[in-house]
Design a protein around this ligand. Structure first.
Ligand code: NAP
Length: 263
């Protein structure tokens, strides 16, 4: 049975606006009950009220700052205890303008807390239950910048590279035991993230509308893809890249250093 065929509750982080709120709309229209998480309770309640009215699904909200461990614990508890949650959508994330030179250690730590620690802890909270139930899905919103250190996006790119690797590793370990893991790699998408990180989205070329991004990501979800890159025209380019990486693996365990390093 596909994930979609089972109408389970979806817990979405960062659901007060942008990509998360759009996923909430799409999953509600597919008949899923929702649990929406973000810091701004009024905005969450606005999204929830509209979706309850338009679709009739049950929508709960959890007001939480996922960089704060007490708030994170509330969401972890719900993920552990609520057996109806069958899809965890780790979407909450922030960008930071500029590279390593201009960002402070505190700003970098904050980005790690949201983009890495929260996503990891929430997944860890749900995995034992998914394994016990023999099913469940985790969708992690990464970014194409995970593949592009050349863009000089500092910690933001590095956090998204973590999300990509983490999702692939989860799939390798848990995929055969009923846990579906998808990493979605959007490119520039028209949301508030740009303004929040001090950039004008209108200065960027090739910006996707958020509805198109989420609908494409859901096509990948319905196909049970592990990696979904909505803007990439030729999927073979990703396959070639991934195959080249895998071809290296058997050569990496050696008793001796490669010839070029032998003094
Ligand atoms: N837009 C793009 O161009 C783009 C491209 C690639 C990847 N992405 C990724 O897509 C995801 C969603 O981004 P978006 O563009 O939709 O951004 P967005 O419009 O800024 O929305 C971010 C969401 O996360 C929530 N959030 C932010 N900080 C939070 C915190 N500390 N605790 C809990 N919730 C928090 C925000 O709500 P509150 O303010 O109410 O907390 C909001 O609901 C992110 O992971 C982002 O990195 C975006």
């Amino acid at each position: 049975m596909s994930i979609e065929a089972k109408i389970t509750t979806v817990l979405i982080t960062g659901a007060s606006t942008g990509i998360g709120a759009t996923y909430a709309d799409r999953f509600a229209k597919r008949g899923h009950n929702l649990i929406l998480v973000a810091r701004n309770g009024a905005r969450l309640e606005e999204v929830a009220a509209r979706l309850r009215k338009e679709t009739g699904v049950t929508v709960d909200i959890i007001v939480a700052d996922l960089t704060k461990s007490a708030d994170l614990a509330k969401v972890e508890t719900r993920l552990r205890d609520d057996k109806d949650i069958g899809i965890l959508l780790n979407n909450a994330g922030a960008a930071a303008h500029g590279g390593f030179e201009t960002s402070t250690a505190d700003a970098q730590e904050n980005l790690i807390a949201l983009n890495i620690t929260a996503l990891t802890r929430l997944s860890a909270a749900v995995i034992p239950r998914y394994l016990a139930q023999g099913q469940g899905a985790i969708v992690n919103i990464a970014s194409v910048v995970a593949l592009a250190p050349e863009l000089q996006l500092g910690m933001y790119g590095a956090t998204k590279a973590y999300v990509l690797h983490y999702s692939q590793a989860l799939h390798v370990e848990l995929g055969a035991r009923g846990v579906y893991v998808q990493a979605v790699l959007p490119a520039a998408t028209r949301t508030e993230i740009w303004e929040r990180s001090g950039r004008d989205v209108n200065e960027i070329n090739g910006v996707m509308e958020v509805g198109e991004l989420v609908d494409a990501a859901l096509v990948g979800f319905d196909r049970a893809e592990v990696i979904t890159i909505p803007p990439l025209p030729d999927a073979a380019q990703w396959e070639t890249f991934n195959t080249a990486r895998q071809a290296m693996l058997p050569n990496l365990a050696q008793e001796h250093a490669a010839k070029r390093y032998q003094a």
